[in-house]
Design a protein around this ligand. Structure first.
Ligand code: NAD
Ligand code: UDP
Length: 319
């Protein structure tokens, strides 16, 4: 049985990846320090013979006393609210944490895939974004702590590949959504859905003309799975190219949720990218992958998840 270590296992993507690899009959070791994650995301795996969990901060030396075939490094705050609240930890998990996991992969002769992001393109001047675009990031802006941590993460990963011959994979994840997102993580989907459920107006930042392209979690997980098993070591975009403005998106959510609330406008956060859409030609060619779940279907499943939360969860404003 293949053994895989998944960091960030108690988070949104990490927990779905644990499920997927258990389904594929891997032995999964989940690791997390719960800084933005939730034990509840893994509660259904308690007692599973193919799953074990280690509570650990990956910025500290990572010790695993068994062989490993694969490592997925997904630990990192991922929402703008989170990484603005814990900027130093964000920089540390992308740099020191990645260094520790690359060292572990080298010691275990394991293949490692790291979770990079469309944020490496910053506020992009090339549209849609292709993997060969170097990006437009403000190093010292508020989002720099996340963007630069992820850019460093890519650099050190390629250095381990080139210098040590380590088997590495880099996925550049574009906005992904689905069940188990944290309602109060500030990302636009939980924000709008939470507001609709609480009977509050939907907060659009800026004039809502900025765009995003939302990928359903099962499609994302499938892309990551295929990339891990591929033989390609340069970055690959995984996301859904169907682009929408945030204003149109708010209208879709109002229709889906049936809320009688309206939209209100707030200031656009500094360096908030104006446009984002993945070019997924590479993933299509290399992995024979493309997203299958359209926004209407994915959003309905996600809204059903948020509707199933308790009143206490719905009104909890702090993590
Ligand atoms: P999340 O916040 O739900 O999950 C991240 C997990 O990492 C949490 O459980 C958190 O507790 C854990 N973690 C953070 N720092 C840690 C540390 N030092 N040690 C151990 N665990 C730590 O976020 P997510 O949306 O699931 O994102 C997962 C990964 O995917 C991140 O690396 C993120 O940058 C990347 N990503 C996500 C998206 C997206 O749309 N969801 C887009 C681009 C990139
Ligand atoms: N956004 C918004 N209202 C909110 C939360 C977010 O208008 O309540 C906007 C945000 O400014 C950004 C887009 O929605 O332009 C996506 O934000 P998110 O935090 O989900 O992801 P990211 O900016 O990292 O793509």
């Amino acid at each position: 049985m293949k053994k895989i270590l998944i960091t960030g296992a108690a988070g949104f993507l990490g927990s779905h990846l644990c499920d997927r690899f258990i389904k594929e009959d891997y032995h999964v070791i989940g690791m997390d320090n719960f800084i933005t994650g939730d034990k509840k995301n893994l509660s259904h795996l308690e007692g599973s013979r193919n799953f074990e969990f280690i509570e650990h901060d990956v910025t500290e030396f990572v010790n695993i006393e068994r062989d490993l075939d694969y490592i997925l490094h997904f630990a990192s705050p991922a929402s703008p609210i989170d990484y603005l609240k814990i900027p130093i930890q964000t920089l540390k998990v992308g740099s020191l944490g990645t260094h520790n996991l690359l060292g572990l992969a080298k010691a275990k002769k394991a293949r490692i895939l790291i979770a990079s992001t469309s944020e490496v393109y910053g506020d992009p001047l090339v549209h849609p974004q292709t993997e060969d675009y170097y990006g437009n990031v403000n190093t010292i802006g508020p989002r720099g702590v996340y963007d630069e941590a992820k850019r460093f993460q890519e650099s050190i990963t390629m250095a381990y590949h080139r210098f040590h011959g380590l088997e590495t994979r880099i996925v550049r994840i574009f906005n992904t959504y689905g069940p188990r997102m944290r309602l109060n993580d500030g990302r636009v989907i939980p924000a709008f859905m939470g507001q609709a459920l609480r009977g509050e107006d939907l907060t659009i930042f800026g004039d809502g003309s900025q765009t995003r392209s939302f990928c359903y979690v099962d499609d994302q997980v499938e892309g990551i799975y295929k990339l891990l098993l591929s033989d390609y070591n340069l970055p690959v975009n995984i996301g859904n190219p169907h682009e929408i403005t945030i204003k149109e998106f708010a209208e879709e959510i109002i229709k889906l949720t049936g809320t009688s609330q309206k939209v209100i406008y707030k200031d656009l956060p500094l360096n908030d990218p104006m446009q984002r859409q993945p070019d997924i030609s590479l993933a299509k060619k290399l992995l024979d992958w493309e997203p299958k779940i359209d926004r209407a279907k994915g959003m309905k499943i996600t809204f059903d998840f948020f509707k199933s939360l308790t009143e206490e969860e719905l009104y909890k404003s702090e993590h």
